[in-house]
Structure formats: C-alpha cells, structure tokens
Design a protein around this ligand. Structure first.
Ligand code: ARG
Length: 459
C-alpha cells in the first residue's frame, strides 16, 4: 500500500531524494492553525449545503479539535512522507475519525487550500505588524516630546546644514512609519479575500457556497476568478514590498543611531541591554542591534526580489513553484516582527546628549541661512544676501570663529543692512523657533505634530 494520498496512479514510489526535495512540511507546518481554521469553515459549508452529513461534520470538528491540541502541545508527529502541512493534518484526521476525514477534501484542492492558508496567516501577521508599528511610533513620539526643544545639527551631505530639534528629527521617522502602516493596511485589503472554492483551478461540480466560507473566515470578499484565485501571489509580493520599506526606514534610522553613538559624535547613548561588548577590546560597547537591523534589511529586500522572480515566468494556473513562496514570506514576517519589537523597546533606551548636539550645531555655520534670510527681510535680493553671507563665512573660516563672534562693525563690512538685532538671528534657538509653520522644526510645530500623531494613533 502506497503512503502518498495521490499515489494510486503511480507504479513506483518516489525516491527519497525527490521526497525530500518536494516536501514542504518542515516549513509550512507553520500554517497549521490557518489550515485547520480553513478546513473547519469548508466542512461547515459542506454540511450546510448537504454535501456531507451533519455526523461527518461533527466528526471532523472533533478530530480537528484533538489535532489542534496535539499540535499546540508539540505532540503532533509531522511526517516528511506526507509531504506538506495539508496532507499531514488530513491523514491524522482520517486516523482519528475515519471516513469523515476522507470526505473533508470534497470540492477542494490543495491549490485553493494553500492559498487560503497563506492569506489567513498573512492577515494575522499584518495585524501584528500594525500593532508593532504603532508601539514604535508611540515610543518615538515620547522621545520627540522629551526633546521638542533639544537642538540638533541638521545635515545635508553629512555636512552641518541648519539647526533642527531632535524632536523634529524623530518625527521624520514617525512620518515614514505612518506611511508603512498605511501600506500594510492597504495590502491587508487584498490579502483578505477567499480563494477557496476555486478547487484545483476550474472550480468544482459541488453546490458550494463560497460567500458562506468567506463570512466564516472573516474575508471581505471572494476571489472572483478560479484560475486567478489559485495562482495569484500578488498580495505576498505587495506585503514583501511594504515590509522592505519598513526595513529600509529602520535601516536608515539604524545608520544614524550608529553614527550618533560613535564617541567621535556622541549625540546619544543606547542602553546597555541593547549593546554588546568585544571579546578582545575591554572598553567596547557596540550598537549591535541597529547594525543587525541594517544588515537584516538586505535579506528582506532579497525576499521581495525572490518572490517577484518566482512569479514572473509562471503560466496559469497553479505550479509547484509556488511552494517556494513560503520561506521568503515567513522570514520576512519574522524579521520585521522581531525588528519592530526590539526597536520599540530600544527607543525607550535611547538617552540624548544635548550638550554634544549643541556643540556640533555651533560648529558648521548652521545659522548662515538665517543671516541671509535676515538680509532679504531688510530688502536685499536673496542671491545678493547669499553672496554677502558666503563672504562672511569665508572670513570666519580663515579666522576660525563663528558668525556670532564677529562684531557688529565687522558684520556690517559684509552688508550695511546688518544692525544690532542680527545677533538674535544667529542663535540656534532663534533659528529653529523662526521656522514656525506646518512641517517646520520650531518647537511649537514639533509639539503640534506630536499631538496630531497621538490622535492618529488613538483611532
Ligand atoms: N505544498 C504545496 C504548496 O505549498 C501545496 C499545494 C500543492 N498542490 C499541488 N497540486 N501539488 O504550494
């Protein structure tokens, strides 16, 4: 007697190598809960439609309840011989309840079954990620609020550009994670559709009720074409694209945290519990968590490309290629979930060093633009103002001093429009406070932005 559910038409068993090559149970067993949930909804519909008996339905429910217990207790025996999660569970069900187990697969194929399982799994993964994105944003908003007035040099080209506040800088990341949450929620809409009922590819001859199954499983709609239903993995690609952007944002933040924590910069410290030491250099405290997050971004980007490549050459409808969708998808979920969780936690362990930030902001003529704007407000065209200030900066570079170190007379040498009120314009606090419009770095705007985000995160 042959072991495979489909082997009756074969005259010899598959080789061990082929068995190992084609089996997916060691990674797709992660879909077990979704698989059982989907099977129960399918069985309920079959019974409701009179396709199986009420007794069969009751037996299936009883068997599945026991299987769930076995899986959760780690007592379920997963067999490579049974290929995948679906056949493992079905075989056990039949062991437990007999013929009712053999009737479960009526009007269904593993093709629509696996597509349903993945969608159920992804829906809950997206919900987890949305909750974690919220936690991270709340932590960053707290950090922003505590530093709404903390001066930080803003950089372009890694050169000091203009003073900003650390709170404003944190809120830039909050904006990115807001968009990430939007993308995940949008992706969820297309995940949340039911492929079951497509069967292998053409639909089924049984009088099924797909809407009923969709409702039971909480799907918003059914997939409208049976060929598309079993062969579509767009939703997985979309998810990986959204995940790659999440990681890209985390990675950019990581890069900054690593730079900021370098003793050469010293803008922040990260709590010891997120850092590690060196096996040879006793003095070291390394920002391993952000570095690793930056590194892990590469594998998530890779998974996106894997899935795109997986799909690009597949003719309709289902092909075994699709089995390769799972590992990239699962690893993407694991990586994003772990990374967001640790970042939400780590954000509360970032301590800010305002003196170092301030000293750095005082170094690169960060208020030169303010001086040019000042001259414009006195009537000078901007290009002329730009040139006058550039000459002043050049003189300061030669003398190794700051703009505010020049006397009023010296400053007036660059433009007679300069008066005693210039010195308030040259301060860091004056510079940030002056950028007081929607989206600007003024502490008042930072506080207003924090309020907006808090409100958004409440809903
Ligand atoms: N393990 C398979 C997968 O992950 C399940 C579907 C298999 N269907 C088939 N006809 N071989 O895609």
């Amino acid at each position: 007697k042959k072991s495979e559910a489909w082997s009756a038409r074969f005259s010899e068993p598959v080789s061990d190598l082929v068995k190992r090559y084609t089996a997916s149970v060691f990674f797709d067993k992660r879909l077990a809960h979704a698989d059982i949930q989907g099977s129960l909804a399918h069985a309920e519909m079959l019974a409701h439609q009179g396709i199986i008996s009420a007794q069969d339905h009751a037996d299936i429910q009883r068997g599945m309840a026991q299987i769930l217990t076995e899986i959760d207790a780690g007592r379920f025996e997963w067999l490579l011989d049974l290929e995948d999660v679906h056949l493992n569970i079905e075989k056990r069900l039949t062991e437990l309840v007999g013929d009712a187990g053999k009737r479960l697969h009526t009007g269904r194929s593993r093709n629509d079954q696996v597509a349903t399982d993945i969608r159920l799994y992804m829906r809950s993964a997206i919900d987890d990620i949305l909750a974690l994105l919220r936690d991270l944003r709340l932590a960053l908003v707290d950090l922003a609020e505590a530093n709404a007035d903390t001066i930080l040099p803003g950089f372009t080209h890694m050169q000091v550009a203009q003073p900003i506040t650390f709170g404003h800088h944190m809120l830039a990341y909050v904006e990115m994670f807001n968009r990430d949450a939007e993308r995940m929620a949008d992706c969820r809409r297309r995940v949340n559709r039911l492929p079951l009922g497509a069967a292998a590819l053409a639909g089924t001859t049984f009088p099924i009720d797909r809407e009923r199954v969709a409702k039971t499983l909480g799907f918003e709609d059914v997939c409208h074409n049976s060929l598309d239903a079993v062969s579509d993995r767009d939703f997985a690609i979309e998810f990986c694209a959204a995940a790659a952007l999440v990681m890209t944002h985390v990675s950019r933040m990581s890069e900054e945290l690593v730079i900021w924590m370098s003793p050469r910069v010293g803008f922040i410290d990260i709590a010891d519990r997120f850092c590690t030491g060196s096996s040879i250099m006793p003095q070291k405290k390394n920002p391993d968590v952000p570095e690793l997050a930056r590194g892990k971004t590469g594998r998530v980007n890779g998974h996106l490309v894997s899935l795109l490549t997986l799909m690009k050459g597949q003719p309709l409808a289902y092909n075994k290629d699709n089995q390769e969708d799972k590992e990239p998808l699962f690893d993407t979920v694991d990586t994003v979930v772990d990374t967001l969780r640790i970042f939400a936690d780590m954000a509360t362990g970032i301590s800010v060093k305002p003196d170092a930030m301030r000293a750095a902001a005082l170094q690169g003529y960060a208020t030169a633009t303010d001086l040019a704007d000042y001259l414009v407000k006195k009537g000078l065209p901007f290009r002329d103002a730009h040139e006058a200030v550039a000459l002043a900066v050049r003189a300061c570079v030669d003398r190794q001093c700051d703009l505010s170190d020049l006397s009023l007379d010296e400053l007036r040498g660059f433009s007679p429009l300069i008066e005693a009120d210039v010195f308030s314009v040259l301060t860091l606090e004056g510079s940030v406070a002056a950028r007081n419009h929607l989206g600007g770095t003024a502490p008042q705007q930072v506080r207003a932005a924090i309020e907006r985000v808090r409100k958004l995160l409440q809903d």
